[in-house]
Design a protein around this ligand. Sequence first.
Ligand code: IPM
Ligand code: MN
Length: 369
Amino acid sequence: MKNLKFAVLPGDGIGPEVMDVALKVLRTASNKYEFSFDYDFADIGGVAIDRHGKAFPESTFKVCENSDAILFGSVGGPKWESLPPKDQPERAALLPIRKAFSLYANVRPGLLYKELTSLSPLKNERIEAGIDLVCIRELTGGIYFGQPKETRILENGDIQAIDTMVYKKSEIERITEIAISAAQLRGKKLCSVDKANVLETSVLWRKVVTEYVQKNAPEIELSHMYVDNAAMQMARDPNQFDVLLTENMFGDILSDEMAVICGSLGMLASASLGTGKNCHNLPYGLYEPAGGTAPDIAGKNLANPCAQILSAALMLRYSFGLEEAALGIENAVKKAVKDGNQTGDIAQEGVQPIGTSELGAVVIENLNA
Ligand code: IPM
Ligand code: MN
């Protein structure tokens, strides 16, 4: 029997309560699909600042290092908003943990069930079949990490701030490889997004992606799009895309746009895959919901647990190779929501919203059925 060892980092806000549900779902899945698991909790984000003085403490790094994957909740909240931006939980926890484990590939499925299209702000006749695409975002390069990155006082007293966008061919190739794998499992259509009419990094990006796909996966239908156009096309007709591939900053923006057209952040999971392999010889990864900490509803049993549950499913798929169990969980969530078991954020007209733990219980019931 396969034993999974992962780190559990619930973080702030709704993190702990949705994590609790996800762990219960994993427990049920482990009985049904015959695997075992154990995990270690560690603090991250605001709670870690409060308890250890740092958003990503060394002790948390150690717990993650001794695990085969990280199941992550969410970080941040009003309590820490007065800290300098670089010390706030989001930046001081998320960026270092991505760097520490070279989590270079952010995979975000943009999925909206056709039964829930009324939740999308898009005109429903444009998305009759629902929405189904995947955004692959480069996560450890580009303008987020490039040097120099600083604020300077000029000789004339003016102030200048600088961020640097930088990419290497090798960084572009490895993320293209991930995008190819995703496209091969889906509709074999890949759209690479850049700003090659303006940016040097984008010129290189386009060239490297083109050559890499031609050489390694000629069966993939590859297209290129400028990022401004891609933002527009996403709002106009999202299903023209199958797999989107883009650099760090463009991916940050486009993946939020994708999230909003899919109706609720509470449904969207994500995987951030690293260069390292775990003891199962699969990618080490961090799995987290795409939404935030929702401090206004934290601790009230109101949060939608689906994104956290679906993130756990992605962990089973990518870091532990348990495809059947991952699919089983995904189908259990889909059935629960389609049958009208909905938290406030996704409750359709005429549906009485249920709580976090109640929705979790229905998912577990579906898994056991
Ligand atoms: C995300 C977030 C982070 C990012 C922030 C909080 C640093 O917006 O995961 O998309 O910009 O990458
Ligand atoms: Mn973002």
